[in-house]
Every structure is written in structure tokens, then in C-alpha cells.
Design a protein around this ligand. Structure first.
Ligand code: CMP
Length: 142
């Protein structure tokens, strides 16, 4: 296993329901440690840019509206195999299909309002981290 970094977002539904502490606590328990973090209320342009890969999907406009509804917490998590581990801890995109105990099974209300985002590949992790943290100091924990 290798130490990796991945981008995590606690989405508006998670922040609105005061789940920030629970979500970050779970990542810490699992050995995925925040090395950079901030709260941001995404503009329409920022949300559209972040989700540009989904531009042609029927849910794109709704997704952008949701992600700009209220602030999110964006963070870089560092740890062994962080990209895959984060996705295991989050569970499937649709909470109805997520394994017991995963963040989405525990907290998500639907396939769109699914509480957390995590990068799905090393390439996207690098892109997504750069999208939010290109000008920010990170604090390695390993
Ligand atoms: P995320 O992991 O952030 O990546 C893309 C997001 O689009 C996803 O989580 C959901 O919030 C949303 N999404 C994916 N599929 C659908 C869908 N079928 N309907 C509505 N939203 C979706």
C-alpha cells in the first residue's frame, strides 16, 4: 500500500445537518487524516467546473443547484490507499445500494444528496485537489 491523497467534500446536506464532526471523526478513526481543509460556499461557476465531467448528464443542473445551496467542507485526506479507502468508507453513490456502516448508508438521503464526495482515481484526485487547494499549504501527517 502507498500513502495517497484524495479530495473529500462534505456536501451541503451534511453541513446543514451538523454532520461535519461525525464525518471527519470517521475518517480519522480509519486513518485518513486531513492535511488541508476549508469551508466554502461554491459559486455556480465553481460547482459547474468541478462537475464538468457530468455536464451532459440529466442531473447536472440539479446537482449544481444542490452543491451551491449552502456551504461545503472541502478537504484533502492523506493515508494508506486513501483514494480507494475513502470510497469504501463512503459507500455506493446511491445510499440504497451502500453497504451497512458506510457514511452514505448512515447519512445520505438519496442518490443526489449523498453527503460526501470522494475522488475516484489517482488522476482525478490530483485534479480535484488542485481545483481547491492549488494555493494552500498542506500539512503532511505521515
Ligand atoms: P459524487 O460522488 O459527488 O459525483 C457526482 C454526483 O452526482 C454524485 O456524487 C451525486 O451527488 C450526483 N448524482 C449521481 N448520480 C445521480 C443521479 N442519477 N441523479 C441525481 N444525482 C446524481
Amino acid at each position: 500500500m502507498a500513502i495517497e491523497r484524495t479530495l473529500s467534500i462534505i456536501k451541503p446536506d451534511g453541513v446543514e445537518r451538523n454532520l461535519v464532526g461525525k464525518v471527519i471523526g470517521r475518517f480519522e478513526e480509519e486513518g485518513l487524516l486531513p492535511v488541508a481543509m476549508r469551508m466554502v460556499h461554491l459559486s455556480q461557476r465553481e460547482a459547474e467546473g468541478f462537475y464538468a465531467v457530468h455536464k451532459e448528464r440529466p442531473f447536472f443542473d440539479s446537482l449544481v443547484e444542490f452543491m451551491t445551496r449552502s456551504p461545503v467542507v472541502v478537504m484533502v485526506l492523506e493515508g494508506d490507499d486513501a483514494i480507494a479507502r475513502n470510497r469504501e468508507i463512503m459507500g455506493a453513490t446511491d445510499p440504497a445500494e451502500a453497504d451497512e456502516g458506510t457514511l452514505r448508508k448512515l447519512y445520505a438521503s438519496g442518490i443526489e444528496e449523498n453527503t460526501v464526495h470522494g475522488s475516484d482515481s489517482p488522476e482525478n484526485a490530483a485534479k480535484e485537489i488542485n481545483y481547491f487547494f492549488s494555493d494552500v499549504q498542506v500539512f503532511p501527517r505521515g
